[in-house]
Design a protein around this ligand. Structure first.
Ligand SMILES: [Fe+2]
Length: 364
């Protein structure tokens, strides 16, 4: 392949006769040549149109050739640069090479040598550009495939979570409803769409850690022993461990870890309080409790939404953030039909006691 053919070359030379000679020489070799007498005009020309190569006289008036070469390297990293120097400027030319110039010519130049060196620089530049593009394509493909693998894995975890809930009529659809309630609350709080998505995802996955809780404990109809309760409590940390390698967004993982913290302190796993608890986790705690209270249990019927709200108000400041409880109260007319529809569509069974067994105790 002839790299000279149609290659756009910029000759930056203050001597008009040398400019004309180089234009003729490189034009005869098949290049599309443009000339500039100094650095600023050369830069303007580069901004107007892309050049494959700039041949720059080191000793230009005003902006020197070295300075121009640096400016081009910064602004047009794909352009090859050849420096033309006098014999005594060789150390400066070597410095230019170190700074990224492709080659240097010593004036007076052998004309055949100029064409050979330009051709060689163009070939090297082509290989570099191809290599860079290839690398960018590879990186983009790796990014895409990593994202696809994560999506796939996340999908599997979501399926696992809903399969875990679906084993029991009392838990079916709980996480999806919690996700919807929490999404509505975050929207009402004016949180950015990205935050809303984060809280919704955390809602969908918040109890995934129950996969690590013994079945006999999860399905126990009566009160839990202290050891069993501690075992159930571990689900928030287990959830964090499951999700951390899959989710790039560590904030979502953090919401899952802290969804059983209490606003006034004393929750688990870390006993955080107030603003020490991620906002998404505080929102999730309200949504989780509301869905638990309005769901049937083996040992009690679901509460009406207004009665559930009163329970939340009773625990406001202790277990739940008061302003979030009131946000739910303000949106109850919207939230209640929404989760009722979710239950009616078969996304939820008659109740949710399983995933709320620990929660129920927290609710009191
Ligand atoms: Fe939970």
């Amino acid at each position: 392949m002839n790299d000279l053919a149609q290659a756009r070359i910029l000759v930056v030379e203050d001597d008009a006769a040398v400019r004309a000679l180089l234009r003729q020489l490189l034009g005869d070799a098949g290049c599309a040549v443009e000339c500039a007498p100094n650095g600023p005009i050369a830069l303007e020309a580069c901004r107007r149109t892309a050049f494959a190569l700039a041949m720059i006289d080191l000793r230009l008036p005003g902006m020197g050739g070295g300075e121009l070469a640096e400016a081009l390297a910064r602004e047009f990293p794909e352009a090859a640069v050849i420096i033309a120097t006098g014999v005594h400027d060789t150390p400066t030319a070597v410095a230019c090479l170190r700074a990224g110039a492709f080659d240097y010519l010593t004036k007076p130049c052998d004309l055949d040598d100029v064409v050979v060196r330009v051709g060689r620089a163009l070939e090297r530049r082509r290989l570099l550009v191809e290599n860079r593009r290839h690398q960018q394509e590879l990186e983009a493909r790796v990014r895409l495939e990593t994202r696809a693998a994560r999506r796939l894995f996340l999908g599997a975890i979501k399926s696992l979570s809903s399969a875990l809930e679906a084993k029991d009529d009392y838990t079916r659809g709980h996480s999806e409803r919690v996700s919807r309630i929490a999404g509505e609350l975050t929207r009402r709080l004016g949180m950015a769409p990205r935050e809303v998505r984060r809280v919704r995802l955390a809602g969908t996955l918040h109890d995934i850690g129950k996969i690590g809780v013994r079945e006999s404990v999860l399905s126990k109809p009566g009160p839990l022993s202290a050891e069993e309760y501690r075992h159930v409590q571990a689900h928030s940390i287990i959830g964090e461990r499951i999700l951390a390698p899959v989710l790039v967004d560590s904030d979502t993982v953090s919401i899952v870890r802290h969804h059983h913290e209490h606003y006034g302190g004393g929750g688990y796993p870390d006993g955080l309080s107030a603003s020490g608890i991620p906002l998404g986790a505080r929102v999730l705690a309200v949504a989780d409790a509301f869905d638990a209270l309005t769901s049937d249990r083996p040992y009690r019927c679901r509460l009406a939404p207004e009665a559930a709200l009163e329970v939340l108000r009773g625990g406001a400041g202790g277990q739940w953030q008061p302003t979030l409880v009131e946000t739910l109260a303000q949106r109850l007319e919207y939230v209640w039909p929404m989760i009722s529809r979710a239950r009616g569509r078969g996304e939820a069974g008659p109740g949710d006691s399983l995933s709320n067994q620990g929660q129920d105790k927290a609710v009191g």
